[in-house]
Design a protein around this ligand. Sequence first.
Ligand SMILES: C[S@@+](CC[C@H](N)C(=O)[O-])C[C@H]1O[C@@H](n2cnc3c(N)ncnc32)[C@H](O)[C@@H]1O
Length: 472
Amino acid sequence: MTDKPSRRPAAAHSRLDALHLAPDSLAFALDCAAHAVGAVRAGSALPAALQTVIASAKQPTARGAVQDIASRAMRRLALADALLHKLVKKAPPPHVANVLVCAFTLLTDDEAHAAYAPFTVVDQAVSAIAARREFAFAKGLVNAVLRNFLRERDTLVGEARNDPVARWNYPRWWIDAVKRGQPDAWERVLEAGNAQGPLTLRVNARHATVDEYLARLAEAHIEAEAAGLHAVRLKTPMPVDRIPGFDEGVVSVQDAGAQLAVQLLDVKDGMRVLDACAAPGGKTGHILELANVDLIALESDAERSGLIGQNLRRLKLDAQIKVGDAGDPAQWFDGTSFDRILADVPCSASGIVRRHPDIRWLRRASDIEALVAEQRRIASALWPLVAKGGELLYVTCSIFPEEGEEQARWFGTAHEDAVRLDAPGQLLPTAARANAGAAQDSPDGTNLASPHRDAETFADHDGFFYARFQKR
Ligand SMILES: C[S@@+](CC[C@H](N)C(=O)[O-])C[C@H]1O[C@@H](n2cnc3c(N)ncnc32)[C@H](O)[C@@H]1O
């Protein structure tokens, strides 16, 4: 199980390359994004859906626009579906519906307005439909629906948002779970998940301090700010190949909340360390940047384990990479215990939904129970491998207490020789927009959503759960 669910492969789009639309047109991007939305509805993860759509369209330069529209659509899917339901009496064919959904997405998103003028969106949605002979009959419908929508936009959106699913753009079970788990912060948490995450970098401590790297960015006229002990947040995201020092391993892309893991692991030179669920190796690299340790990076997915090696090669660091099940040490354990174990277990990924906006539509409420069982199986199997006085850090990128605090309590009860040490527990996601509200609540302007003072310096981060256990 990985944290990026994909129930079925993305559908093939055999005729995408035969479309008579300019590849740099909005119509082309809307058509491709609509196919990607259709694939997610059928159970594919968005990255896989986008890859299939772009490959079959044979227009790699369209990727940016298609990805932007499809990702926005994931964050507004329920609102767009509600508008569709309201404005179209008889359900149109799925592709036509998905083009309309993508258009609604752009027409209801104030941020998107700057890039896509409303009447251009209408015109291009009509062109996208007209370009496909099998759907050309629907171009009048698309034109009428979108123009009607623009005439009454605010009223229609206001009415649709009376339904919480359309208001928050999450499945109902997800909204209920967040309300239950975070009764005082649920609105802020849901809102944070609908924001776009910033581009945060981890500065390799072997190469530079945060201040030194900020100076390097300033020389390159790139605006950025410190976001944690090793974290720097860029004001404007950019492709990694334009980030100074990325290719040489001076920095890596990693959310500020995720960077807390290795700080909590507190690794020292000479330790023997297990990174038990390691791919793609973000935390593996961080461990090796901070100490000279004997590190095993374990991953059950052979294909994903290749990503660990790729990451370490760029950082010019080294670990023993093993493919195996963390829940079955007999497959890979050599008998020498570990001073530190990082158990970054598979989870719902509900804390990183702003970076993977499709996850909410792919997960099912029933997945949580299976994940909880898997997390217990892995953590229990790893505990006997911790040396006396050594520590296990349990990590999830989830905001659901079943995968977090409830697991930590269960672990403490189930393992008499486990002492729970200080750690943030549930680190709720905060976004720039959500922070503005949080700061008003707080006398010192810090982020109240984070229950741990050290974590408060990490404003604008994803959601994680951290629990540390030491062996008596
Ligand atoms: C949350 S991700 C880890 C992220 C990683 N620690 C990082 O910082 O880049 C969880 C990983 O655990 C792997 N995994 C799932 N079940 C596992 C198991 N039983 N044993 C080992 N790895 C497993 C998944 O394939 C996935 O790559």
